[in-house]
Design a protein around this ligand. Structure first.
Ligand code: GFB
Length: 311
């Protein structure tokens, strides 16, 4: 991407979008355009089409989405499907109408079948039933992948799809009803430590395995792929290693120096038993993550220590 290229980062206030903007600015890109959802509601086709006609960006990072952890996905099933379908359809079609140079679409590792062989290869997409708890979100993201693929087939658009694993980092969501496991455990363990609470609650059995990538590594991978990848097939972005939710809690307890107990809440769902990404395709292209899980947790815990959580 030329340094003076006009780059639209959709979803710039979120954890992923803000990391992409941060990385673009670090690399000297100066013509970055962003809009809050109150300025341009990406679910509103007229607002999106007018914005694109007016701004005509050269590149688009489509990081805007309605996201959340297992509980939110399962509770707001209609919103996760409707909002995400509208956002991707409007932004991808507006990009086509305005002949933008390239678009990068962000999906998620939950698009793969619940019981697909591990680690998950890009070719496993649509080879089996999805995990129930996040099926609406996964279907929306699969539709986004197919939109990019179909606009490439029919109109020759250079749109690529990337599938990150579970993410964490600055600007994460710490609302316990909507967040993902890593920020939720950071908050619960920190709160337990400062308030001398003897035990913290971990949802489910503690056995599900999850892979975690720091969002700064993800941003680096997105810029790398925007520059170097021009194919139709999706690309996994991850670390290639995973950890059980129990051992994640123990890692965070070590980082926080919290000596309490873990209580497992079996009334909460485990979700997918495992969703480890096969990242050999991306690594063969020349990218690899830099931030280890322990290092990343220590970095984020420093931010959490400054946060005031309502009890
Ligand atoms: O991160 P998480 O909410 O989403 O849950 P998924 C991961 C695992 O952590 C589940 C357990 O087995 C949870 O039961 N867990 C333990 C907790 N304690 C907690 C807690 O306090 N909060 C939360 N949230 N989980 C998401 C999808 O699935 O993965 C999204 O729902 C997206 O759509 C995201 O794809 C990447 O990893 O199960």
């Amino acid at each position: 991407m030329e340094k003076n290229a006009k780059i639209f980062v959709a979803g710039h206030r979120g954890m992923v979008g803000s990391a992409i903007v941060r990385r673009l600015e670090q690399l000297g890109y100066r013509n970055i355009i962003t809009r809050s959802s109150s300025e341009v509601d990406l679910r509103n086709q007229h607002q999106v089409f007018s914005f694109f006609e007016q701004e005509k960006p050269d590149y688009v990072f489509l990081a805007a989405a309605k996201v959340g952890g297992i509980y939110a996905n399962n509770k707001y099933r209609a919103e996760f499907l409707y909002d995400n379908l509208l956002i991707e359809a409007n932004v991808i079609h507006a990009s086509y109408l305005n002949n933008i140079k390239k678009l990068l679409f962000l999906g998620s590792s939950c698009i793969y079948p619940r019981m697909a062989p591990q680690p998950l290869k890009e070719s496993y997409l649509l080879t089996g039933p999805l995990e129930y708890t996040n099926e609406p979100y996964a279907i929306a993201k699969i539709a986004g992948i197919k939109l990019c693929e179909s606009y490439r087939d029919q109109y020759g658009c250079n749109y690529i799809s990337v599938m990150p694993t579970n993410l964490y980092g600055p600007n994460d969501n710490y609302d316990l009803a909507k967040s993902h496991v890593l920020p939720a455990l950071l908050r619960k363990i920190h709160t337990a430590k400062v308030n001398n609470i003897p035990a913290v609650e971990v949802w489910g059995s503690g056995t599900p395995l999850r892979e975690f990538l720091h969002v700064d590594d993800l941003a680096e991978a997105c810029l790398f792929l925007m520059e170097n990848y021009h194919e139709a097939e999706l690309v996994n972005i991850g670390t290639g290693t995973d950890i059980s939710t129990k051992n994640l809690a123990m890692l965070i307890m070590k980082v926080a120096n919290y000596k309490g107990e873990i209580k497992f809440d079996s009334t909460k769902p485990d979700g997918t038993p495992r969703k480890l990404m096969d990242v050999s395709k991306l690594m063969a292209l020349g990218w690899k993550p830099k931030i280890s899980l322990e290092e990343g947790v220590r970095m984020v815990y420093k931010d959490v220590e400054q946060m005031q959580f309502a009890e």
